[in-house]
Design a protein around this ligand. Structure first.
Ligand SMILES: *Cc1c(COP(=O)(O)O)cnc(C)c1O
Length: 355
């Protein structure tokens, strides 16, 4: 399938690279492709960035049949524009599609479409240290039908947003509240997918935690409220004495991050003892009391590595590594960002050149 390109006649002014923040600006173009039952996915095109016209009965607005992805394009010092493991995002998008009864997309084609869109808007990939172009692919149901059934008509779109350095003043450890009332996902549900509903239902806990002075919540399993799952919209790692632990993905209630997967591969490459297993809050508290909880961090595309400086479990406040970033967290951050921005040799073959 060939991607038709219609270029904008009214390019927008570029934002100040020092004040990008996250998700505040969108580029000149977007990718769109339609699905209609009987025809399959068709008419891939890059067009000027513009609103969608949606019927008020469009199913996505009522029943949230929607999936999305998130990845970034990075500008290297030599002028290359690099993607990080984009094929993994498209694999995950299809896993989300399957769970949400959305027809699968052609993964290799979708990666090519993303590359083409980034090439068209390549001047929007920011240059300043730590900045990047956030890529948001998403698929949603457009059938004008107030009835609960899988859609027959959908749109696959990709938009781009230049984003700032996540930590302009260096890696900043965050305070995390262990959530004991609300849950994010349960076994058999949609926790392993990137679907809008997962995020709508997380807002309440996030709001409560913020009012208590915490940046994010640590989610526990939805049944026993005992085992650690994720931190906010990041996966979580704990550095114990002699073992690095991250919750296993077995239950299907955890989103399998590509940053998580990459951290595990790098740690193994360094010869670290990494376990994907269940880890309970009691075990964490015990490790902390015995001085064996050395570091904790979240992992995700937006922040890459987000050190955890404080964990609050009920009334107990645990300060980790004196509230400072740990050695392993820093080394992982430097290695991952080094590969992503093309400053370090890409020994795993993870980056994909766009231009
Ligand atoms: C996207 C996401 C992650 C991190 O995934 P990455 O591929 O590393 O960006 C983790 N948890 C949740 C809930 C997410 O939505």
């Amino acid at each position: 399938m060939e991607v038709k390109i219609e270029r904008t006649k009214t390019p927008k002014p570029k934002p100040d690279e020092g004040k990008l923040g996250f998700g505040n600006y969108y580029t000149d173009h977007m990718f769109i492709m339609n699905y209609d039952e009987g025809e399959g996915w068709h008419d891939p095109r890059i067009v000027p960035y513009a609103p969608f016209a949606l019927d008020p009965a469009a199913m996505v607005l009522h029943y949230a049949q929607e999936v999305f992805e998130g990845l970034k394009a990075y500008r290297s010092d030599s002028g290359d524009i690099l993607l990080f493991r984009p094929e993994k995002n498209m694999e995950r998008l299809n896993r989300s599609c399957d769970r949400l009864c959305i027809p699968p997309i052609d993964e290799a084609f979708a990666v090519e479409a993303i590359k083409e869109l980034v090439r068209v808007d390549q001047d929007w990939v920011p240059h300043a240290e730590g900045t990047s172009l956030y890529i948001r692919p998403f698929i949603f149901a457009t059938d004008a039908h107030v009835g609960v059934h899988p859609a027959h008509h959908l749109i696959f779109s990709v938009i781009l947003s230049p984003v700032g350095a996540y930590y302009p003043e260096g890696l900043n450890p965050v305070k995390i509240y262990v959530e004991d009332k609300y849950v994010r996902a349960v076994k058999g549900g949609v926790g392993f997918t990137k679907t809008g509903g997962n995020y709508a239902t997380s807002l309440k806990a996030q709001d409560v935690a913020e009012k208590l002075g915490y940046t994010q919540v640590l989610w526990l399993d939805g049944v026993e409220r005992r085992y650690v799952e994720e931190v906010g919209t990041m996966n979580v790692f704990f550095v114990l004495d002699g073992e690095v632990v991250t919750p296993s993905l077995e239950t299907g209630s955890i989103l399998g991050g590509i940053t998580r997967m990459s951290c595990i591969e790098i740690l193994k490459d360094w010869g670290c003892n990494v376990s994907e297993r269940r880890i309970s809050v009691e075990e964490l508290v015990q490790a902390y009391d015995e001085g064996r909880l050395l570091e904790a961090f979240g992992s995700g595309t937006a922040a890459v590595i987000s050190p955890i400086g404080e964990l609050r479990v009920g009334d107990k406040v645990m300060q980790i590594n004196r509230g400072e970033i740990g050695e392993l967290s820093q080394k992982l951050y430097d290695t991952l960002t080094g590969i992503q921005w093309g400053k370090q040799p890409d020994k795993f073959g993870w980056t994909v050149k766009v231009n």
